[in-house]
Design a protein around this ligand. Sequence first.
Ligand code: NAP
Length: 216
Amino acid sequence: MKPYVILCAAETIDGKIASKTGFSKLSCLQDLKRLHTLRANVDAVLVGANTIINDNPLLTVRLINGRNPIRIVIDELLRIPLNANVIIDRSAKTIIVTSNKASKEKISKIHSMDVEVLIMGESINLKNLMEKLYEREIRKILLEGGGILNWHMLYHKLVDELHITITPYILGGDNAISLVRGEGFSSLNDCIKAKLIDYKICSCGREVVLIYKVMY
Ligand SMILES: NC(=O)c1ccc[n+]([C@@H]2O[C@H](COP(=O)([O-])OP(=O)(O)OC[C@H]3O[C@@H](n4cnc5c(N)ncnc54)[C@H](OP(=O)(O)O)[C@@H]3O)[C@@H](O)[C@H]2O)c1
């Protein structure tokens, strides 16, 4: 059994979630409130190491009243800095998921800061991780990127729903970050399909929120 996973992101018209220089604050305040409402309604938020390194997010609920979900960071090489907000901020629990390749010294430093480090063996098997999280009563997860983690989660059929906010910008750039990175598929025969189940025009009048069910 695995938790229900909702992938949430704000992207430009050309499918970028961050610019070539890492700028990623794309959507309006109303959209951020929508994101915080989603956070308040899940047991955990899940992000990749680069998102922590580039954005240093708190991943808490601040723009509405609600409880903070557990923060889970996927960091196979344990590259995130010790002063990352998810490590030093005490307002929510954080679990850092890593592998045997991580520095033992850094693991014990993080432990001594009262943050859990979950070591998943030689590499991180996301399917096993989802099963482990389910056993810990984590039933609903908000996947907040970035593009590499989104790819691995989708490829392993672990994402159930997509909430994508389209913002009215074009960033372009071969080095800008796409919503989904990784190896990719060759054609519509092997790609992942999704069914549009709802859409909203944001009250700001400039953004569209698309909600899909993923069909594996
Ligand atoms: N606009 C938005 O809504 C939004 C949302 C989120 C993020 N972003 C942007 O996205 C950018 C980051 O995206 P990104 O694609 O570069 O990186 P990412 O997905 O945030 O992180 C990639 C890293 O996560 C770890 N990882 C992910 N999947 C793994 C797996 N299956 N097994 C082992 N490790 C795994 C690896 O860390 P190790 O190298 O330690 O192994 C990998 O290098 C940031 O610039 C951020 O601003 C935008």
